[in-house]
Design a protein around this ligand. Structure first.
Ligand SMILES: Nc1nc2c(c(=O)[nH]1)N[C@@H](CN(C=O)c1ccc(C(=O)N[C@@H](CCC(=O)O)C(=O)O)cc1)CN2
Ligand SMILES: NCC(=O)N[C@@H]1O[C@H](COP(=O)([O-])[O-])[C@@H](O)[C@H]1O
Length: 215
C-alpha cells in the first residue's frame, strides 16, 4: 500500500477527486496526511471529513522560504511517503525540497505546459486567442512548472468562455488526469529516469506526456 501525502492551499477539489478515486479500492494507495500552508483552506475540511490527519503550516511564520521548506520536509518525512502530491499548493519550493523528493513529487498545473507557466493561466490562454487548453500533471523540479510531463488533459476553448467558466471545465479534466497519473505511479508503471525521461510501462512517453482528450 503506497503512502501519499497531499499538499494544498485552497478548495481541495483535486484532493477530493483523489480521495474519491482511492475509495473505489482499485489503487494500492492511501492518503496518510493532508498539509496546507493556509489554515482556512477548505481542503482541510475535506480531509477531516475523510478521517485523514491534517496539518497547517503557515509560510508567514517563517523567516525564509528555506526555513519554511525545511520544516515542511520534516513534517512530510514523518509520514514516510512514497509520493508527495501538490494539489493547488501555491508556494514555490526550494531546490533542496525538490531534490529531496525528486522522482516522487507531482504537481497539477492548469495549462498545457510548457505554455503558461506560473499563474493566471486561463486568462492568458483566452487573451492569446488559443483554441486548445487544459491541464498537466508533471514531476516537480527546481524549475517552476518545468518538470517532466506525465499526462495532459486537453479541451477546446469556447468563444463564450471566460476565465471562470474555463477554470470550471479544466477542473473536470484535472479530476480525471490526476487520479490516472497517481494510479500509474502507485502500480509501479510510471517512473522518472535519471535523464528526465518519463517511462510508462517501460516505454518513453512523448515530451507532452500522455494525452487525454476531454470527451
Ligand atoms: N520549485 C517548484 N515549486 C513549485 C512548482 C514547481 O514546478 N517547481 N509547482 C508549483 C505549483 N504552481 C503552479 O502549478 C505554482 C504555485 C505558486 C506560484 C507562486 O507564484 N507562488 C507565490 C505565492 C503566490 C500566492 O501565495 O498566491 C510564491 O511562492 O511566492 C507559482 C506557481 C508549486 N511549487
Ligand atoms: N500553479 C498552481 C495552480 O494554479 N494550481 C491549480 O490550482 C487549482 C487548485 O484547485 P483545488 O484546490 O480545487 O484542487 C487547480 O486548478 C490547479 O491546477
Amino acid at each position: 500500500m503506497k503512502r501519499l501525502v497531499v499538499l494544498i492551499s485552497g478548495s481541495g477539489s483535486n484532493l477530493q477527486a483523489i480521495l474519491d478515486y482511492l475509495a473505489q479500492g482499485t489503487c494500492p494507495a492511501q492518503v496518510t496526511a493532508v498539509i496546507s500552508n493556509k489554515s482556512d483552506a477548505y481542503g482541510l475540511e475535506r480531509a477531516r471529513n475523510a478521517g485523514i490527519p491534517t496539518f497547517s503550516l503557515s509560510h508567514k511564520d517563517f523567516s525564509s522560504r528555506e526555513a519554511f521548506d525545511a520544516e515542511l520536509m520534516t513534517l512530510i518525512d514523518s509520514q514516510h511517503p512514497d509520493l508527495v502530491i501538490l494539489a493547488g499548493f501555491m508556494r514555490i519550493l526550494t531546490p533542496e525540497f525538490t531534490r529531496h523528493y525528486s522522482g516522487r513529487l507531482f504537481n497539477i498545473h492548469p495549462s498545457l505546459l510548457p505554455k503558461y507557466k506560473g499563474l493566471n493561466t486561463h486568462q492568458r490562454a483566452i487573451e492569446a486567442g488559443d483554441k486548445l487548453h487544459g491541464a498537466t500533471v508533471h514531476f516537480v523540479t527546481e524549475e517552476l512548472d518545468g518538470g517532466p510531463l506525465i499526462v495532459q488533459g486537453q479541451l477546446d476553448i469556447n468563444p463564450e468562455d471566460n476565465p471562470d467558466s474555463l477554470a470550471q471545465r479544466v477542473h473536470i479534466l484535472e479530476h480525471q488526469i490526476y487520479p490516472m497519473a497517481i494510479d500509474w505511479y502507485c502500480c509501479d508503471r510510471l517512473t522518472l529516469s535519471p535523464d528526465g525521461t518519463v517511462l510508462l510501462d517501460n516505454a518513453s512517453l512523448p515530451s507532452t506526456g500522455h494525452i487525454h482528450r476531454s470527451s
